[in-house]
Design a protein around this ligand. Structure first.
Ligand SMILES: CC(C)(COP(=O)(O)OP(=O)(O)OC[C@H]1O[C@@H](n2cnc3c(N)ncnc32)[C@H](O)[C@@H]1OP(=O)(O)O)[C@@H](O)C(=O)NCCC(=O)NCCS
Length: 331
């Protein structure tokens, strides 16, 4: 059986910054309310003029991944594109990205609809397929333009989200390589679907003028219900991947959690007994970018010199569905 490792990372962040003060000009809110409850100060917003749509952002991030991994586009055997805000319904964003990257090897291209857990779903699926020998190098992307799906008149939800993209190439490692994915878990609990959903716009309830008039076609969330399940699930999954790899909490160098809310991150950290200094947090700058939070936070922590090759890193994600997943790896 082969082993896999992260070979390269990349991100793209939209140029436009929207601060809490900007938001307070359009809905009844303020920086203090938002910051104390969520840890968010500002978020990025994609241009609607073009150049920053999800596959555009992914193209930029993927180029950095390829350069770091010292690979050519045609070395990619599969693209896994995690997003709840793909460019279009058809074709999938992975196929669009394949063309934009100039890949001509007819590699597999699949979108993952697992909301905020999508990137971790992609990493764990890629790891499994690399282990069997079916693929060698997989480009895993989390790219979101949530600003399109947020009701900008609903202060309970529009303050939370932002746009952005993070990506990684996960590939077969060399035999003497210390870097490897050690263990993973993926899960879901569909009974909590109504805590965070967007029922309008699918086959059951196609979008109609009445939805547009009443603004009922946007994402909707029961924030308190999400909060409770999120912390419990994040802690349970982290414990499971550590157990599977025979690793204790003390040995973990870095927890890279989904960035939904600073209080969810802090509560999860307490449940796990991990010191704050070992938890990567960047939610203040970007808000919740769904599938993109973990790869962006991971990339930034590497560039800031925090996460180094050889460190034990734990990805921990939770999102609508309710989906969840964790990955333990030696970077
Ligand atoms: C969304 C969240 C910040 C709301 O915090 P909360 O303490 O639960 O707040 P509530 O929704 O109960 O609202 C409390 C009050 O603040 C008000 N309020 C809501 N949004 C506000 C805003 N942006 N600015 C000011 N006041 C606001 C509410 O109207 C309510 O007022 P009321 O008491 O007069 O009715 C919090 O529930 C949360 O972070 N949940 C997790 C959500 C999440 O991250 N999900 C994604 C997981 S992938």
């Amino acid at each position: 059986m082969y082993k896999s490792k992260i070979k390269g990372t990349g991100i793209y962040l939209p140029k436009k910054v929207m601060t809490n003060d900007d938001l307070s000009k359009t809905v009844e809110t303020n920086d203090e309310w938002i910051f104390t409850r969520t840890g968010i100060r500002e978020r990025r917003i994609c241009s609607t003029e073009g150049g920053e749509f999800p596959t555009d952002m992914a193209l930029n991030a993927a180029k950095d991944c390829l350069a770091e991994a010292k690979l050519e586009p045609n070395d990619i055997d599969m693209i896994l594109f995690a997003s709840v805000t793909p460019d279009a319904k058809l074709p999938n964003s992975a196929c669009i990205l394949q063309t934009k990257l100039g890949i001509t090897n007819k590699c597999a291209a699949l979108d993952i609809a697992a909301a905020c857990s999508g990137f971790v779903y992609g990493i764990n699926m890629a790891d499994s397929m690399i282990k069997t020998g079916m693929v060698k190098n997989v480009l895993v992307v989390g790219s979101e333009m949530l600003s399109r799906e947020v009701n900008w008149e609903d202060r309970s939800i529009c303050i939370l989200f932002g746009d952005g993209c993070g990506a990684a190439i996960i590939g077969r490692n060399d035999e003497d390589d210390q870097s490897e994915v050690l263990s993973g878990i993926l899960g879901a609990d569909g009974t909590g679907a109504e805590f965070f959903d967007q029922p309008v716009g699918g086959s059951v309830e196609p979008i109609a003028q009445s939805h547009l008039d009443n603004r009922t076609h946007f994402m909707q969330m029961k924030g308190r219900d999400m909060f409770k399940v999120a912390t419990r699930t994040l802690a349970d999954n982290a414990k499971t991947v550590m157990k599977r790899a025979g690793v204790s909490m003390d040995e973990i160098d870095w927890l890279v959690p989904h960035q939904a809310n600073i209080r969810i991150i802090e509560t999860t950290g307490k449940l796990l007994g991990i010191p704050d200094e070992k938890v990567i947090v960047n939610i203040g700058k970007y808000g919740n970018t769904s599938a993109a939070t973990i790869p962006i936070a991971f990339y930034e922590a590497i560039k800031e010199g925090k996460i180094k090759r050889g460190d034990l890193v734990l990805f921990d994600a939770f999102g609508a569905g309710l989906t969840s997943g964790a990955t333990l790896l030696r970077y």
